[in-house]
Design a protein around this ligand. Structure first.
Ligand SMILES: [Zn+2]
Length: 179
């Protein structure tokens, strides 16, 4: 079985604005700015054999303030910039009570089925608690970037930057292979 690294796109692969309680997702295409420095760390993960999957909540789709066409163009930009295998989107609003809106683990479970993944040996990268909670429920290891949105739920590691997170994942992977 394969292993994956799940990556929240906002604040890891593309820039966001900071809000008081949560960060503000870019909605128009012209506000969507790629974080180029993420490319080298992601290529290290790809070279180590990980499947790279972006997961993201985009409730603007069902609330009507995010157009599917603009979102598709943003995700085309991500695919051109980074060696991604898949991008999985929850389009629902909280009131839809879907299984895929993070912190629920539906996107991870769906990806495991689609890509034949071992979730116990897979990792989640984000800067917020919702992804750590989804990782915990799905059995993945979570690594968060330091941010105001880390919260109080269980997470495995909080580290300062993406390069450090990727080096940590590569060391953890080695431990599993030796054991
Ligand atoms: Zn959903």
């Amino acid at each position: 079985m394969k292993r994956a690294v799940f990556i929240e796109r906002d604040a890891v692969l593309n820039e966001v604005r900071s809000g008081p309680k949560q960060q503000i997702t870019p909605l128009p295409l012209e506000e969507f700015k790629i974080i180029q420095s993420a490319d080298a760390p992601l290529r290290k993960l790809k070279a180590a054999g990980f499947i790279l999957i972006v997961t993201t909540n985009q409730p603007g789709l069902s609330r009507g303030y995010q157009s599917r066409r603009e979102l598709d163009r943003m995700h085309d930009m991500l695919r051109r910039a980074f060696p991604l295998d898949d991008i999985m989107v929850c389009p629902h609003d909280e009131s839809d009570h879907c299984p895929c809106r993070k912190p629920r683990p539906g996107l991870l479970i769906e990806a495991a089925f689609k890509w034949h993944l071992n979730l116990d040996h897979s990792f989640v990268i984000s800067n917020k608690w919702q992804d750590a909670e989804a990782a915990r429920t799905a059995g993945c290891t979570s690594l968060l970037l330091e941010s105001p949105y880390v919260g109080q739920v269980h997470h495995d590691f909080v580290l300062s930057d993406l390069a450090t997170i990727v080096d940590k994942i590569l060391r953890l992977k080695q431990h599993v292979e030796v054991a």
